[in-house]
Design a protein around this ligand. Sequence first.
Ligand code: ATP
Ligand code: MG
Length: 278
Amino acid sequence: MSTPVLSVKNLNVVFHQEPKKAHIVHNVSFSVHAGRCLGILGESGSGKSMTCKAFLRLLDKNFEVSGNIQFQGQNLLAKSNEQIRRMRGSRITMVLQNPMNCFDPLYRIGEQIAETLRSHTDWSAAQIREQSVAMLELMRIHHPQEVLHKYPHQLSGGMLQRIMIGLAITLKPDLIVCDEPTTAIDSISRYAIMQEFLRIKRSTSAAMIFISHDLDILNMISDELIVMHQGRVTESGTPAEIFEHARDPYTRELIDRHHEVMKAFAAATQIGVNSDAT
Ligand SMILES: Nc1ncnc2c1ncn2[C@@H]1O[C@H](COP(=O)(O)OP(=O)(O)OP(=O)(O)O)[C@@H](O)[C@H]1O
Ligand SMILES: [Mg+2]
C-alpha cells in the first residue's frame, strides 16, 4: 500500500504542572492514507482531542509530547513553530466542534475568509473575492454575496459550520482533521452537514480524521476506526470488523447501545406504519 499521509507511532502526552503530573495519551498509533477517513471513537475525556492537538502541535509547554509523527514523510515534532503554523491552515486544516468560536464576532464573515486565504496564498484581492463566493456556492449557501457581508451572529450554527468546512477544503489540504464537527449543531443540520462531509470525502483526495462519540456517524464516514478509552487505543479495524469482533467491554457496550437504539427506532417506525394504516 502507498505511504500514509499521516503516520502516528507510540504517541504519548504527559501533562506537567507542579505539583500535578498526568499521563493523558498512552502509546497511540494509527495511520491514514490519501482519500481515506480514519474515525476516532471514544467517550468524553478519552483523549481524542488531545491526540490530535498533540500531532498538530497545538499543546503548550506544560504538555510533553513524544512519539514518531510523520506527515508526508516529514517529522512533525521536529518542525519549528513557524513551519508548523504555515502547514496548519494550508496542508493540514481543521473543522472544530463549535463554529461560533472559530469566527471573530467583530468582523464580517467575508473579511475573515479573505484574511485566511490571504495568509496562505498569493491570490489578488479579486481572486480572493471570487474564491470566497465560489466556496460558499460549493457549500450550497444561498446569496453568497450577502452572506459575506454578515457578522457571525447573523448566521446559524449550521451555516457557520458549512463555511468552516468550505474554508477547510478551499486550500486543497492533504489532511483534514474534524473534531466533533456536528456536536454543536441541531439534528436536522447535522444530517445535512454529514452529507457535505460524505460529498467532500468522495470528491477530494485529502486524508481525513473524524473524531466523534457517535458510532452511527463514524460508521457512515470512516474507512477505518480506532476506539479510545482512558487515553489508550482499545480497538482498531474497519467499522464492520469492530462491530463484529470488538472484545473491549467499553466498545461492546457502545455497540450494544447502538443496536438497542436501532431496534427501538425500527419498532417505533413499525408502530408509525401500523397506526397510519388504521
Ligand atoms: N488543558 C488541560 N490540562 C490538563 N489536562 C487536560 C486538559 N484538557 C484535557 N485534559 C485531560 O485530558 C484528557 C483527555 O481530554 P480530551 O480533551 O482529549 O478528551 P476528548 O476525548 O476529546 O473528550 P470530548 O469528547 O469531551 O471532547 C481528559 O481526561 C482531561 O483530564
Ligand atoms: Mg474533544
